[in-house]
Design a protein around this ligand. Sequence first.
Ligand code: COA
Length: 415
Amino acid sequence: MTKALDGVRILDFTHVQSGPTCTQLLAWFGADVIKVERAGTGDVTREQLRDIPNVDSLYFTMLNHNKRSITLDTKSAPGKQILEKLVKSCDVLVENFAPGALDRMGFTWERIQKLNPRMIVASIKGFGPGPYEECKVYENVAQCAGGSASTTGFDDGPPLVTGAQIGDSGTGLHLALGIVAALYQRNSTGRGQRVLAAMQDGVLNLCRVKLRDQQRLARDGVMHEYPQYPHGRFGDAVPRAANASGGGQPGSIVKCKGWQNDPNAYLYFIAQAPVWKQICQVIGKEEWITHPDYATPNARLPRLDDVFATVEAWTLTKTKFEAMELLNEHDIPCGPILSMKELAEEPSLRNTGTIVEVDHPTRGKYLTVGNPIKMSDSATDVTRSPLLGEHTDEILAEVGYGVQDIAAFRAQKVI
Ligand code: COA
């Protein structure tokens, strides 16, 4: 079966999480991804958070499937020559070095364009042009600088970072889209271009609704769906909204049966207006259907604490799965709080390839998240991550080096 990006060659200079997420997706769409790593060490994540001594970590394996690995000292003269050949033979160069590292290696945008005018050079940086552009950035820095942390958490607590890696993996997703769009544009222009995804910008994009709220707050001084209304106070910046729903429908997390012993025995419950009657019937509050204090969304707003406490009195008598089943019979939107253990064991996610078991020569079998994007004519087969330098010889042969050249590079410690 063909794949969407068959024939696209990616020179992958990414490391840690943000860039590898991007190139892994491109590999899943069929691109040939050549990961360039330093001999001896490779991507720093190979040895970070290791659970088995001397074996590539899950951090590395879960971000680098379907790639090939070549080791290369790109700062040595022979290494630079090899890199030139690779630049000429690839369609896209992806990197997430600290600012300026590619230039310092001698591969400026101008030089790359001369070597290969069709090449797309795609970068992830912490910040775009501006006061912080020279800074090194990691996940939580991006979450804080992109507006996520200031709007996550409880009103009386500090800012919180989220478990979803919106700074790293989120920006990797943004970059992948930019690369695919640039490849499409190249079909008509014949030219490559530079693609930049800054982590601050990516996080802010994902926090778009909070910038919406900033402007609503500036105009009205209050936002009715926030937990601060009507009893708390609003300042001049969007406050942390706890578990309130980001949309126009009030929502909250309520306890379910067994919460005393299970930290995830909770359910997200949305008090959606069109199903208010059904909600009242299910939780045994039929009088609220017509009661003037509860019958309309506006009347309910100042009483949401009471509404959710009553919903919780009902959910406490059910497990989160029982509650979910009963509520869905009435189209009442809700979601169980699923632990990673529950997700890992969920058969439907295995069936769709969203969770995949992969075999690795030194690690053995492990679970990973497969391609979350499903395409009817470009199926994803998740194959294991490469060992460090596993494909060095074959890649060098592809760009014209013979066995003796390769042996000489190895003796000189270039590869
Ligand atoms: N051969 C020789 N040198 C190599 C090499 C190779 N194959 N691969 C990398 N290097 C060199 C680089 O050229 C650079 O050298 P220089 O600083 O002398 O120019 C050096 O290794 C280190 O690269 P750098 O990217 O600065 O790594 P770091 O560990 O210092 O910083 C980050 C890590 C993630 C903070 C930084 O890369 C960064 O800010 N990236 C952009 C934002 C980002 O993606 N952050 C999220 C990461 S999940």
